[in-house]
Design a protein around this ligand. Sequence first.
Ligand code: ZN
Ligand code: ZN
Length: 235
Amino acid sequence: MHEHASPRQAIETMIRGNDLPGLLRHAESIHGHLCPFLALGVKAGRHAMAYLDQENTGMEEVVAIVECNNCFTDGIQVITGCTFGNNGLIYQDLGKTAVTVARRVDGAAVRLVVHPDFREHMFSRYPAAGPLFEKVVVQHQGTPEDLHRFHHLWEGVARRELEEVPLEEQFLIETLTIRLPSYARILATEICARCGEGVMESRIRIQAGQKVCLACAGEEYFQLTGQGIGCSREV
Ligand SMILES: [Zn+2]
Ligand SMILES: [Zn+2]
């Protein structure tokens, strides 16, 4: 057997070396911007991976269960290597900035949930950030200068939350053992009789004796959007 460097080697090395700025840089490249909740995701992911001491090659060695789809989740995906595409990421639509990261071999896990007072404490550490956040992000009423100022300030907040504020002040942390869901199933592909596209067999419906996809069948299917998981239907 020959040695084959994992493409995640750089990230795994940064996890072991607790190189938070380096890890944040990786996370920014998929998130597109730098913000405090991305920094929190990076920090939580780093803590969990160091605790579990399990390399992840995207073969479900590690599973991350997130309870929200916000900036935090992108930090988790990059650092833990548990993604939507490799089935290592499980999404629970609970609306909490929280994650449980588990090692499949024995179910050892750690859950981190952002402290209920976190927002209040964060804004009190950076008094200029609160009003600007309200104006620019919540009310969408910032001028271009406000927006520019906000981005600078917000990046500064993210870096300080990453490197200067202790993890224990930001998160409630517990270790536990969980039962993991089964490995992702590999299913056959069928061809929809109407649109001719390939479809996973579990998503095929029979209509008038024909195999059709949910979209062609006009049936409801689940959709994850910024609103969370909901039902949708082709119109
Ligand atoms: Zn963000
Ligand atoms: Zn179809």
